[in-house]
Each structure stands twice: as structure tokens, then as C-alpha cells.
Design a protein around this ligand. Structure first.
Ligand code: AHG
Ligand code: MN
Ligand code: MN
Length: 319
């Protein structure tokens, strides 16, 4: 194999040694979570834990285990001041935050409804720096974002600002290798992803956009569209990075009171940074997700991301 290792890639691309170490620690957390996911049936870690997270969602045993693994890996780094996790109500302050210290926001296990049915799940994370004492990072503060996907193979997909690179875990050596350099999302696509069972709750704009796709060659779009839904944002984003597509989890009449379904800090922001770095777009339907100002750690948002031409079509449907 002549692929570059993640370690060598980081040494080449990330000049700040502290950030490099943090990304190494995060990669090792993802490697551990990958083993936990793979062994979950054998270890009796399937089903529900009987507990709920800050958003009132049932937690799986692996949601909790993955959170502990991720938090421990980050906390072992001397410059991580703050952790924001999907599974933890309050922002966790690890040390007196100094300017330049790191804030890590993460969803330790995304798509966890797929665990018991052996479909792809993942971990999502974003890194920013403490600026003026403690505050929630905005999208434009992020210096790095990524996700791990635990699928047929485990991959780590990363942006450190410029470009998006995908690393595959070699199970023989437990090492991530660069297999997908400079991933770019095609501008155009004929594939969309939305949970269509929520149709009766949609705004008129989303209904129009999806109806036009489904009408295919006989509708205003004049071309055939395909649909995919895996109920795992990591898997949808990965598919979009590899072959294009658009993913929608809009605010609708059923989730408007909470602000949507997906969480801004550890789901929408990191995926938006990755999308923008891969030449794609990520909005709340109208405006860039990275421009939304956060007001709480578990704030939710509407999400439309992927191939630029389709994200623009959705915005046009709103106008
Ligand atoms: P999580 O498992 O962290 O709660 O997130 C699941 C999210 C996202 O991954 C996925 O796109 C969406 O919820 C699935 O929603 P539906 O259950 O409506 O399909
Ligand atoms: Mn999630
Ligand atoms: Mn989760």
C-alpha cells in the first residue's frame, strides 16, 4: 500500500502541533468507537439503555459509551478547554479557558437508530478556538471538522479548512490511510434524500421542491430523480461527497417549535464546513448554516446541503 497515513498527512498539513495532537486523539477515539460498534451484538450492547439525552431522545448503550470514549480522548489533551456533546446537557468546562485553547463539539454516535439493524452510523465533530473567554463557537469560528463513518469500512473524513480528505481504516494495522484525497461534490445531481413520511408537515417550498423532483421528466425539472434515505446523516453526507446529491431535514410543522431536528453545533456546522470545503453548499433552506448565530448548545436547525445547483433550487422554492 502506498497511501499516506493520517499521521503523516497531519504532519504535512497542520502546522500547529497542538491541533495535530488533538486530531490524532480524535482519530483514536473514532477507532475505539468503530470497535465498540462492530462488537455491539457480541458484547450485549444493543437495544435501548432506558435513559434519555438532553433533547428527550432515547439513548442507546453505545450512544453513552461512545460519548465517554470521545470525551476522554479530548480531555486527555492539555489545550482542550470545552466540550459540547449531544449526550451531555451542559457545556463541559475542562479548564480555565485561555485564548487559543480548543472547543470540541461532537455527536459521538449519529444515526444510532441504525445500530440494531447493522447499518452505517458515525461520529461527527468540529474544533474551534476559545476567543474571548467562554462562548459558543459560531460556524465561521470552526478551524476543523470531520466525521467517522462506521460502515462496510471505517473511514475518517476531515477538513482542516482547505479541501476534504477521506482516510480508510486498515483493520490489519489499525491505521488510517488517505484513500480519498481532495473529495469534491459535483455541482449537479439527480439524487435527493428526505424523510418522505413527514410530507404532511412540510412547508409549501419543500413540498414543491420534492414534488418537482418526483415528477421527473414530465415535471418542471424535466429529468429523472432518484431518492435515498438512510436515517444516518453521516451516511447521507458521505454518499453526497462521493457521488453528489442533496440532503434535506427541513423545519416542518411538526418540529418547528424545537427549531428542526438536527442540532446546529455538532451536526449541522461540521457538515456545513465539510460541504463548503468540498465545493458544495449547506443552508437552512435559505441562508448558509455557518452564518447562523448559536444561542444554546443543543439548538436545532433546518438543514439543506449538498450539490450546489440543488441547494440553490430549494432556496428558489422558498422565494
Ligand atoms: P442521532 O442518532 O444522533 O439522534 O441523529 C439522527 C439524525 C440524523 O442522523 C438523521 O439524518 C436523522 O436524525 C434521521 O431522522 P429520521 O428518524 O426522521 O429518519
Ligand atoms: Mn446525530
Ligand atoms: Mn447521536
Amino acid at each position: 500500500m502506498d497511501h499516506e497515513t493520517l499521521h503523516a498527512y497531519l504532519a504535512r498539513k497542520v502546522s500547529d502541533a497542538d491541533l495535530r495532537d488533538l486530531l490524532d486523539q480524535i482519530a483514536s477515539a473514532c477507532w475505539s468507537i468503530s470497535s465498540l460498534v462492530a462488537g455491539s451484538a457480541l458484547q450485549g450492547q444493543q437495544g435501548d439503555s432506558g435513559l434519555v439525552n438532553p433533547q428527550g431522545e432515547v439513548q442507546k448503550p453505545l450512544d453513552l459509551l461512545a460519548d465517554v470514549v470521545f470525551a476522554r480522548s479530548c480531555a486527555a489533551h492539555p489545550k482542550v478547554a470545552t466540550l459540547i456533546s449531544e449526550e451531555v446537557e451542559d457545556v463541559v468546562t475542562l479548564k480555565d479557558p485561555k485564548p487559543g485553547d480548543f472547543v470540541v463539539s461532537y455527536d459521538p454516535l449519529d444515526g444510532s437508530s441504525n445500530l440494531d439493524v447493522n447499518l452505517s452510523v458515525g461520529s461527527i465533530f468540529a474544533v474551534s478556538r476559545v476567543s474571548n473567554g467562554y462562548q459558543l463557537p459560531t460556524g465561521r469560528d470552526l478551524i476543523c471538522a470531520g466525521y467517522a463513518i462506521y460502515g462496510p469500512s471505517t473511514m475518517l473524513v476531515l477538513t482542516v479548512g482547505e479541501g476534504v480528505n477521506g482516510f480508510s481504516l486498515d483493520p490489519e494495522t489499525d491505521t488510517f490511510f488517505l484513500t480519498h484525497p481532495e473529495m469534491m461534490v459535483p455541482e449537479d445531481t439527480a439524487e435527493f434524500a428526505i424523510n418522505i413520511s413527514r410530507q404532511r408537515y412540510w412547508d409549501a417550498a419543500i413540498l414543491k421542491y420534492v414534488t418537482d423532483c418526483i415528477d421527473g421528466p414530465i415535471g418542471p425539472r424535466g429529468k429523472e430523480f432518484n431518492m435515498r434515505w438512510t436515517a444516518s446523516m453521516v451516511a447521507e453526507v458521505h454518499r453526497i461527497l462521493v457521488r453528489g446529491g442533496v440532503f434535506l431535514y427541513p423545519v416542518d410543522a411538526n418540529n418547528r417549535a424545537q427549531g428542526g431536528k438536527l442540532r446546529l453545533l455538532y451536526e449541522a456546522y461540521p457538515m456545513a464546513l465539510i460541504m463548503e470545503a468540498a465545493g458544495a453548499a449547506a443552508t437552512d433552506g435559505r441562508a448558509p448554516l455557518l452564518d447562523i448565530h448559536p444561542v444554546g448548545p443543543h439548538q436545532r436547525t433546518s438543514v439543506v446541503l449538498g450539490s450546489r445547483a440543488e441547494v440553490v433550487q430549494v432556496a428558489a422554492a422558498y422565494d
